[in-house]
Write a protein that binds this ligand. Structure first.
Ligand SMILES: NC(=O)c1ccc[n+]([C@@H]2O[C@H](COP(=O)([O-])OP(=O)(O)OC[C@H]3O[C@@H](n4cnc5c(N)ncnc54)[C@H](OP(=O)(O)O)[C@@H]3O)[C@@H](O)[C@H]2O)c1
Length: 330
């Protein structure tokens, strides 16, 4: 490989299983005005990556997704929604950043993190790497944290003293949602399988439902907010679990659920929130403050090399990952 002109990257050659992802040499990008190039140290295979790779999108959104992301394969073949690394080149007009700075970056649907280098806007969704995190934790800082912050705080309006239940609490979003709710001063309950009870208890859940033995929807207990990261808690099933003024925060919802959300719950004095979460630099900075205060730390499921990225996708496909699947590029 010519280290100056090419780089290694994992590319999705088609929509399909983990085997469609191949590690190949591709041109190394150069930063333009207002951009920086980052030498990627670690990234994740997030739920977003695996959904795009597999074209596994909420029911009713497949055609729209093909139009947006590419008809027969992803138009941006290098997946990767979040990453950490060090700035190695600055484009014209960039100030306040230097070569060598360690950063974390949320790419979201712009993708591109599964490569040795990436060029990103210097001023968007990029913050200094929070101190005290491992490189793997820094790689997993954005995806779950931003979705959790959007649903629990921004859209969900959770306040100190409220009771919040997180369904799917051991996943990347759920484990972050537990921590965000706790950081806001809420009391938390969690739904996961038995093996993950110690994890969610360590994250502050004071009541845990093992979904293989107990259904929170028939428990009789009530909450100010229910965060559904699994997609099996539609309003009709769980409305009895919401207190007056309660919110159902549907991180995962199919198209009918997305369309119905604004109209559901009103008669019952509830609110249902669904849709794509916001991704803002200010929210990354808020998460970084919580990380510095010991209130937010990404949970790592497993760590893989770039050459092993198909295995990382397979793990993300399992539906059983605990937190995030990290891929290292060092
Ligand atoms: N709206 C948005 O903008 C947005 C943003 C980010 C993510 N999302 C979506 O949010 C969802 C969650 O993302 P994620 O990254 O957290 O996924 P994930 O990490 O893959 O979630 C895996 C976790 O789900 C748990 N789980 C599986 N079945 C369960 C059940 N029946 N009851 C309770 N928990 C169950 C598993 O726990 P056990 O093994 O213990 O069962 C596992 O720890 C995905 O569908 C993703 O696409 C949406």
């Amino acid at each position: 490989m010519n280290a100056n002109k090419t780089m290694r990257a994992a590319v999705a050659t088609a929509y399909g299983g983990p085997e469609v992802v191949r590690v190949v040499d591709v041109p190394r990008p150069d930063p333009g005005p207002g951009q920086v190039r980052i030498r990627v140290e670690a990234t994740t295979v997030s739920a977003g990556d695996r959904r795009i790779r597999a074209l596994d999108v909420p029911g009713g959104l497949r055609t729209l997704t093909r139009l947006a992301l590419g008809w027969s394969r992803p138009r941006q073949p290098i997946l990767g929604t979040e990453l950490t690394g060090r700035i190695d080149a600055l484009g014209p007009g960039v100030s306040g950043l230097r070569a060598g700075d360690a950063v974390v970056v949320m790419r979201g649907a712009s993708l591109g993190g599964h490569a040795e280098y990436i060029v990103v806007p210097a001023a968007e969704k990029l913050i200094p790497r929070p101190a005290g995190l491992t490189v793997g934790e820094a790689a997993a800082f954005c995806f779950g944290g931003l979705a959790a912050l959007h649903y629990v705080a921004t859209a969900g309006g959770v306040r100190a003293g409220e009771h919040v239940l997180v369904n799917g609490a051991s996943g990347a979003v759920g484990s972050a949602a537990l921590q965000v709710a706790r950081a806001l001063g809420a009391e938390t309950a969690a739904v996961c399988s038995g093996a993950n009870v110690p994890l969610v208890t360590a994250l502050g859940a004071t009541r845990v439902f093992d979904h293989t033995r107990e259904d929170f929807a028939t428990s009789g207990e009530t909450y100010d907010a229910i965060v559904d990261c699994v997609g099996n808690a539609p309003y009709a099933r769980i409305r009895g679990r919401l207190r007056p003024g309660g919110r159902l925060l549907r991180v995962y919802a199919h198209l009918p659920g997305l369309l119905a959300a604004p109209f559901q719950g009103r008669l019952g004095g509830h609110r249902v929130v669904a849709g794509v979460s916001t991704e803002r630099t200010e929210d990354l900075l808020r998460l970084a403050e919580w990380a510095a205060a010991g209130l937010y730390r990404p949970v790592i499921d497993s760590t893989h090399s770039l050459d092993d990225i198909a295995a990382a996708h397979a793990r993300a496909d399992s539906g059983r990952k605990r937190g995030s699947v990290v891929v290292t590029l060092e």
